[in-house]
Structure formats: structure tokens, C-alpha cells
Design a protein around this ligand. Structure first.
Ligand code: CUK
Ligand code: CUA
Length: 635
């Protein structure tokens, strides 16, 4: 093709460049085959990204107010308020680990969960309308990290802690660290019918004040168990100010920390049997109970561990130590046998039995420098991110994987260099029982040289890698800048598994209840009603007008504004921007939204539609007039 040759020459593209472009380009009108749900890092949100195009499709507002969606500006305010900590309004989050809901250990495309490391919160997102439905503040912890991860049928959403505090986060001096500070894991019961976490069926367990890190719920062979790693088993308290060690040095002294092995099925039984006590009104199973009941074990894990990932068959647990060039693979069967045979080398200082490392370990693979996180594919490969190299290592899982690995072995196969400081990586379904392979995304923290420099603050870089071929070949296809916070983890699901609504199912739909709201306004029934000092505005919106258009209230009235979109056309979204009152709504086709505020500012406020919805969109407006209290009283 002469034209193609000419463009290649002009743009100095190699045949490999053009091949990579051809693998990722999605022509207009065609859709991506897979969708990434990525943590938004400090943005507090989630991002939906199409694969292989790496086009950003949407931000999902979660913990942070987001004006386009009206999130926190009239929509979802009470959901955000439910996440307040000690009555402090929180307007950001450090989101780390999104978790798509699973059925039988595979993504079912119905729900997504995500944690806020900064404040120990968990959010629930409905994948029919991609809106956040619930935010829960952890009642006993101010810090989380090992979450969110779901059990294979999403019965529970796991939220593991990170930085130990006294449970309930009351004050305690550092001298009391070993006695008063504690780690935790919280088991949030997910009620799928209601689409909400049920705090009344949820509970936590008390753990030693090690810094619990990532967690993964067992699946298939290991279903009913939970695995989590930890750092700071030294219980360093940071003595830099006294001429001692920083946390950095103190926390990484030991060669081994503890993989936490938890018999989750039995732990749930203990909760149901009432073997817990309340802390801050939340049921907590005490550490001593876990020890007495034989449901918590430790195994050594080398050296500053970070990732813990369970193989698709559930038989093996892969742990990466940031300061150890190996991944360490533990056998679930080996662990069970060690427990049954009481192969304990010691107890930790709180009395938790420590299993014999060699009895639990099945292999170690030298993958390279700074291994962090591992994902899997459908060919019997595992992929581990190497923060320090930086690269992604491909290695084979020992075990029975048919023709590909007739003599299965735990062996490094090859590496692909990625850009600086890779953190998590993800493959297609790569943490499920049914990974697909095909694509891998390296989530790099640094992007030096890759994009036009955006001042001293640079974007993150998601690199798309083709993993369809076997062996060493894993070509890099695409760099995607992420310019809004540092995403940590992401999951990739087949687009066909998602069943998003095109418009809300019926006019007057309340997305919080996922049902028609009795307060919605029907066309022709628009009205303004005064009930004492409450003024109820029953409004409809349709291209291109509000009805009613004039709203006059007295200063000090409470305005309860019911807005119903009677639109049925896809994408015919309207906004409602109200100046001075800091309000903006997104009213999607069929949606009912209710806002409530005290009209404490007298004046004339032109409200308008903030979505360019039609040719006469600029005319879609009205006046809110708030009569000064003095004038209102004199009449
Ligand atoms: S963590 Cu950030 S790279 Cu929060 Cu899963 Cu490992
Ligand atoms: Cu409705 Cu613009």
C-alpha cells in the first residue's frame, strides 16, 4: 500500500510500530472487546478504559465530589456523608483495589467494590448504571490496604488493614504499641439482592499489630480460606527522633515476615456463634479466640513481602518480597498438611502458631529485582511485575496444564521491559478462576520521557502488552497516560459480560433505590407546593425546557426539588446548575433526583441545563428567586 508506506516514512514508523497500532486501533463505530476498571488513586474515583484502544470511557465518581455527574453537588450527597470519619466530611480518597463481583470465582459483571486506603472505607458500585450506591466507613480502623477482594461468590468483601492503630483508633502512645495497637481484617457481608453491604451481618478479626498488606481469598481448591501478607512483624515504632531508626529501616530488618493463613469458613462460623465483642459498636473476634479456635496461622515469607496472589486453580499462593528476587510459591495442600501434622516451628509473640516454611513452600522462582504483583493467563503462565528492573516477568506454573507444559515446572520464561516503577499489572480476568491471557497492562508509576512533559508533575503510564504468543515474546503495544491520581490496581473484564442500562428502565427511576420513586413527577403534573416552610418543586425536564421555569421562595424556606427526566432517548442527559447554591445535577434519561436545601441566600438565580442537549439548550433555563426575609415578612 503506497499510502501506508508514505505515512510510515513520514512519521518514521517501523513495521513493528504499525503492527502494534493495528492491534490496538479500534475504528470509529466499533467497540473495545474488554473494559478495565481501574482505581483512580488519589482522585478517589474509578476509571473505565477500553481495551485494546486504551481509550478512557468514563470516570465513575466514588469518594470524591464530581460535578459532571452531580456527585456531591446534589446527587449522592447522603452516600458521601455516610463515609464521614469522626464527623469530618471527607472529599477525597486514596483508592487502591477495585474488585469486580464474582460468581464461581469468575467476574459476573454486576458489581464493583473499591477501598480507600487513607480512611479505611469501602464503596459499592452498581454496574448497571456505573454509579456508587454505598460508602461505608470502617468502624474500627483508620487505614486499610488489603482490600477490596471478594470471596468466589461475593458473599463477603474483604477489607484488610494496613497501618496498625488501636482498634477504634483512639489515642495511645507508641510505647504501648505491642499492647494496644492492632491489625485487622474486616469481612463485609454483601447482600446481592439489595445491592448493599449489610453492616449488621459484617464483622472484623483482631490481628497482631503487624502491617497487614494485600489479601486474596482462596478459590476452588482453597475456597473458604483467606491469605494475606504483612510487613513490620518487627513492630518497629519509628525512633528517628530519638536517634534510632526510621520506619523505613525498622520495618525491613527481618528476613521473613508472616503470610497470614486464615480459615475464613470457620471464622465466619465463630462470628455466627457470637464469639465476638463490640469495638465502636462493631463485632470483632479477638486474636485470642482465633488462636484458641485454631483458625489463624502464620508462615514465613521473604523479604518485605507485598503481593499475594492465588493461582486460578486455587492450589498455590504466590508471594513476592520486594527485596527478594524470587517469588515464593506455597502449596495449599502443603499448608493443610503442615497444619494437620502440627508442623509449627514456633509461636509468634502473641501465640499464633508459625508453620514450617519449608513444609509449606513448593517452589521459588528467581524472577528479578523488586517483584510485586502476579497475574495469570490461560496458558499456565504467571506474570510478575518487577518494580526495580522495571519489567514484567513471565514464568510457568508447575502443575498440570496439558500440552503447553507437558513437563510442568516453575521456571522463568522471559521478560518484557516496561517503563519506570511498575506497580500492579493486570491480565484479562487475571485474578479469577478463568483468566483469558491475550492482553497485559503494566501500571507504571513513572512516565519520564514517554509523553510531553506536563511540568514537574507527570502522569502515570499504563502500558498495554500483547501476551498472545508463547515463550519470550511479549511485545509492548501502547502507552496510555493517566493524568489524575496514581491508580494502583485494575481489573479487566470482557465487555460482553457487562449489561449496562442504556436509559433508566422507567421514567421516574430513583437510582439509589433502583425502583420508580413515588415522588417522581409525571408530565402535566408539574407544580410547586408549599408545606409549612418547605417548598416542594415537582419538576420535569425534557428537551429543551424545565417545567416549572419560575420558582419563587422566601429566604429561609427549605426547598425540596424533585426533578424527573421524562426523556427516553439514549444519551439525552440534562443538567441542572443552580448558582450560588453549589448545585449541579446530572439527570439521565428516566432519572428522578431529589435535592433539598435551605434557601438562605436571597437574590435572583438563573438556573440552567448544564449539558448541551439540543439546539435550544441555551434556552433551557429558569429563575429561582429568593425573596429576602424582611420583604417576605412585610407582605
Ligand atoms: S499496592 Cu500500589 S503497587 Cu496498594 Cu496493591 Cu502494590
Ligand atoms: Cu437540557 Cu441542555
Amino acid at each position: 500500500m503506497p499510502a501506508l508506506q508514505e505515512v510510515m516514512r513520514q512519521r518514521e514508523l517501523t513495521p513493528d510500530d504499525v503492527l502494534a497500532a493495528a492491534k490496538t486501533y479500534v475504528p470509529t463505530g466499533k467497540h473495545d472487546e474488554a473494559i478495565i476498571f481501574a482505581s483512580g488513586g488519589h482522585s478517589g474515583q474509578m476509571f473505565m478504559i477500553g481495551v485494546p484502544s486504551m481509550r478512557l470511557l468514563r470516570t465513575i465518581a466514588v469518594f470524591t465530589p464530581e460535578p459532571w455527574q452531580g456527585w456531591g453537588y446534589g446527587v449522592g450527597n447522603e452516600i458521601l456523608e455516610a463515609g464521614n470519619a469522626k464527623d469530618q466530611e471527607l472529599t477525597w480518597a486514596d483508592t487502591h483495589h477495585p474488585a469486580l463481583s464474582e460468581t464461581g470465582g469468575d467476574y459476573d459483571g454486576e458489581w464493583c467494590f473499591i477501598n480507600d486506603k487513607a480512611n479505611a472505607r469501602v464503596a459499592v458500585i452498581d454496574l448497571r448504571d456505573f454509579e456508587t450506591k454505598q460508602i461505608i466507613k470502617n468502624p474500627i480502623s483508620m487505614s486499610d490496604h488489603g482490600g477490596t477482594f471478594v470471596t468466589p461468590d461475593t458473599d463477603y468483601v474483604i477489607e484488610g488493614g494496613q497501618y496498625a492503630t488501636p482498634l477504634g483508633w483512639e489515642y495511645a502512645p507508641m510505647q504501648d504499641y505491642e499492647e494496644k495497637y492492632r491489625g485487622m481484617v474486616t469481612f463485609w457481608k454483601f447482600d446481592r439482592d439489595r445491592g448493599r453491604i449489610d453492616p449488621d451481618q459484617s464483622f472484623a478479626i483482631e490481628l497482631p499489630p503487624y502491617w497487614q498488606d494485600l489479601m486474596d481469598a482462596g478459590k476452588k481448591a482453597s475456597a473458604g480460606w483467606l491469605f494475606g501478607n504483612s510487613i513490620n512483624t518487627e513492630m518497629a515504632v519509628g525512633t528517628l527522633e530519638e536517634g534510632g531508626q526510621s520506619f523505613e529501616a525498622g520495618v525491613s530488618q527481618r528476613d521473613m515476615d508472616y503470610l497470614h493463613v486464615m480459615n475464613m469458613a470457620k471464622i465466619i462460623e465463630l462470628y455466627k456463634a457470637g464469639k465476638h465483642e463490640p469495638i465502636n459498636g462493631f463485632p470483632v473476634i479477638r486474636l485470642q479466640t482465633l488462636i484458641d479456635e485454631g483458625v489463624l496461622f502464620f508462615v514465613g515469607e521473604p523479604k518485605s513481602p507485598h503481593g499475594v496472589d492465588i493461582t486460578p486453580d486455587g492450589k498455590f499462593i504466590v508471594v513476592s518480597g520486594k527485596l527478594d528476587p524470587h517469588v515464593t510459591i506455597y502449596g495449599f495442600e502443603n499448608i493443610q498438611k503442615a497444619i494437620a501434622d502440627k508442623k509449627f516451628t514456633s509461636n509468634d509473640q502473641y501465640g499464633v502458631p508459625v508453620l514450617d516454611f519449608d513444609a509449606c513452600k513448593v517452589a521459588q522462582v528467581e524472577v528479578g529485582l523488586g517483584p510485586l504483583h502476579t497475574q495469570f493467563d490461560d496458558k499456565g503462565y504467571a506474570y510478575t511485575s518487577l518494580f526495580l528492573e522495571p519489567a514484567v516477568a513471565r514464568w510457568t506454573l508447575g502443575g498440570d496444564f496439558g500440552d503447553l507444559n507437558p513437563e510442568p515446572d516453575w521456571t522463568l520464561v522471559g521478560k518484557t521491559n516496561v517503563h519506570y516503577n511498575v506497580g500492579h499489572l493486570l491480565t484479562y480476568g487475571g485474578d479469577t478462576v478463568n483468566p483469558k491471557g491475550k492482553f497485559l497492562v503494566a501500571m507504571n508509576k513513572w512516565s519520564i520521557d514517554r509523553f510531553f512533559p506536563t511540568g514537574p508533575l507527570l502522569p502515570q503510564n499504563f502500558q498495554l502488552i500483547d501476551i498472545t504468543e508463547t515463550g519470550e515474546t511479549m511485545p509492548l503495544l501502547y502507552d496510555m497516560p493517566i493524568g489524575f491520581g496514581e491508580p494502583h490496581y485494575a481489573q479487566m473484564i470482557e465487555a460482553s459480560k457487562l449489561k449496562p442500562w442504556k436509559v433508566y428502565p422507567e421514567v421516574g427511576w430513583n437510582p439509589h433505590k433502583q425502583a420508580v420513586d413515588p415522588n417522581h413527577t409525571k408530565s402535566g403534573k408539574e407544580r410547586i407546593e408549599r408545606k409549612g416552610d418547605e417548598v416542594h418543586v415537582h419538576m420535569t425536564v425534557v428537551r429543551s425546557h424545565f417545567a416549572p421555569e419560575h420558582i419563587e421562595v422566601n429566604q429561609g424556606d427549605t426547598v425540596v426539588w424533585h426533578v424527573t427526566s421524562v426523556e427516553r432517548a439514549q444519551d439525552a442527559t440534562h443538567g441542572l446548575a443552580i448558582p450560588a447554591y453549589n448545585m449541579n445535577l446530572s439527570i439521565e434519561p428516566g432519572e428522578y433526583v431529589q435535592i433539598r436545601f435551605v434557601a438562605d441566600k436571597a437574590g435572583t438565580f438563573p438556573f440552567y441545563c448544564s449539558e448541551f442537549c439540543s439546539a435550544l439548550h441555551l434556552e433551557m433555563m429558569g429563575y429561582l428567586r429568593v425573596k429576602p426575609a424582611a420583604v417576605a415578612q412585610s407582605q
